[in-house]
Design a protein around this ligand. Structure first.
Ligand code: ZN
Length: 432
């Protein structure tokens, strides 16, 4: 942990720019000027001068993408164990490696993840992991936005539970003292099969007392659901609801194996299911999240990559396409159209995380990305939404602005080489 703190001298966000003008970009299919004052979008249209002027010709402007479920530092475990059954993968590869993690590794793993996210157009993410103070520092140093939760795992042991409660409270206090509007704390009990009923109840109570969001994994596999029926006589969703856990402040990762009753409960409580299609397919969870049935009940599913060990990248443009294709595999080509994939990754995602971003309109936070429209895969552009979802991937992103600051221009990010070098060094430690 000490090591990570010493590494914080890198000047990532240089001179303070008070206003930015993006000229001649395509916004919603129309050529526009976007004017940003401090950290908000202040006008679409007339203004022609600013402290920083960005030529937006040959680009389309979109809200920054929002990754609603990830474990950022797992970039260090990218490709460390692939093509394995879930439980063997966790027990023989992931958990032994994670036991070797320290704060410095998590800091650089997260810095690497954030650079990868920025380069593929993500400006906000929802993270659950360990050494979360180091994750928070990495977010602070990188200029993006994040909702961060300490991965609470008590394994049904009272002593462990007391420790996890202390860790959670300590991290929430740490985020409070950071006093950075880009960083918010969440309460993140891992799942019903790793956290006791008492731990889940404490989490919900503490989150509501503090006005924080809850982040957990729900019904990722059929086994989880079967075990829940055996142990509690009900589904994981019903079990969580029976203790008052579910609400519009809950982000429920995966939510794959839900029945109609579960979906009704989600709709009634306003839960945000975070769809992680690449991870679900890679770990072979056996079916797709019931997206269309959720939409029929008015639920707004959001999108996430999950960690890089189960994806294996953090490219949200790719994830939109994966989500749309996975739903169409059911035989319905109209399921999850491009327009909705974009909403999942922007407007709805940011609502789930509780930030006032996700739209390029006056008054919204200035989280904006520019995607090149003059590259082969974006030519011709009959429909910008189809091009963004089905044709583009992260490498089409040219410029990224978050909170009114330019984090990437012409695909250049300050500190990229150092983060890659340090992350590579950190990953060596798994073999030590
Ligand atoms: Zn996860």
């Amino acid at each position: 942990m000490e090591g990570a703190i010493q590494n914080l001298h890198i000047p990532l966000i240089s001179a303070i720019i008070m206003s930015i003008l993006i000229k001649n970009t395509l916004l919603g299919g129309k050529e526009s000027h976007i004017y940003i004052e401090e950290n908000r979008i202040s006008e679409i249209g007339r203004i022609t001068e600013a402290d920083e002027v960005i030529d937006g010709a040959n680009t389309i402007a979109m809200p920054g993408l929002v990754n609603t479920h990830t474990h950022a530092a797992m970039t260090l475990l990218r490709g460390y164990g692939d093509d394995m059954p879930l439980h063997e993968w966790l027990q023989n590869r992931i958990w032994p490696a994670e036991a070797k993690l320290d704060g410095e590794m998590v800091y650089w793993g997260t810095r690497l993840a954030i650079i990868e996210m920025i380069k593929s157009g993500t400006t906000a993410f929802n993270d659950m992991y360990f050494f979360m103070e180091d994750v928070a520092r990495a977010v602070q140093d990188s200029g993006v936005r994040a909702l961060l939760g300490y991965g609470f795992i008590d394994l049904f042991d009272e002593e462990k539970r007391e420790n996890e409660i202390k860790e959670t409270e300590k991290f929430v206090r740490f985020v409070e003292t950071m006093n950075n509007p880009r960083i918010k704390a969440a309460v993140a009990p891992h799942a019903i099969y790793t956290v006791s009923r008492e731990g889940l109840e404490w989490s919900a109570e503490f989150a509501r007392e503090k006005g924080l969001r809850l982040h957990t994994h729900v019904s990722e596999t059929e086994k989880e659901v079967k075990d829940s029926f055996e142990q509690h006589g009900m589904s994981p969703v019903k079990y969580l609801d029976s203790m008052g856990f579910l609400g519009s402040d809950v982000i429920a990762a995966h939510s794959v194996w839900l029945d109609d009753r579960d979906i009704e409960i989600y709709a009634k409580r306003g839960v945000w299911p975070s769809h992680n299609p690449a991870s679900n397919m890679k770990l072979a969870v056996g079916r797709a999240m019931p997206y269309s049935r959720m939409r029929k009940h008015g639920i707004k599913p959001v999108l996430g990559t999950d960690g890089a060990a189960s994806n294996n990248n953090l490219d949200m443009l790719e994830e939109m396409k994966t989500a749309a294709l996975l739903q169409k595999l059911s035989g319905d080509p109209t399921a999850l159209p491009a327009h909705e994939a974009l909403k999942m990754a922007t407007e709805w995602g940011t609502q789930a995380l509780g930030f006032n971003a996700g739209k390029i309109e006056e008054g919204y936070l200035a989280d904006i990305i520019l995607i090149r429209s003059d590259i082969p895969e974006m030519t011709p552009m009959h429909n910008w939404e189809s091009s963004a979802v089905y044709a583009a991937n992260g490498s089409a992103v040219d410029t990224v602005i978050c909170d009114g600051r330019t984090l990437m221009r012409n695909r250049r990010i300050d500190g990229e080489e150092e983060a890659i070098r340090r992350a590579r060094e950190m990953a060596e430690r798994f073999y030590g």
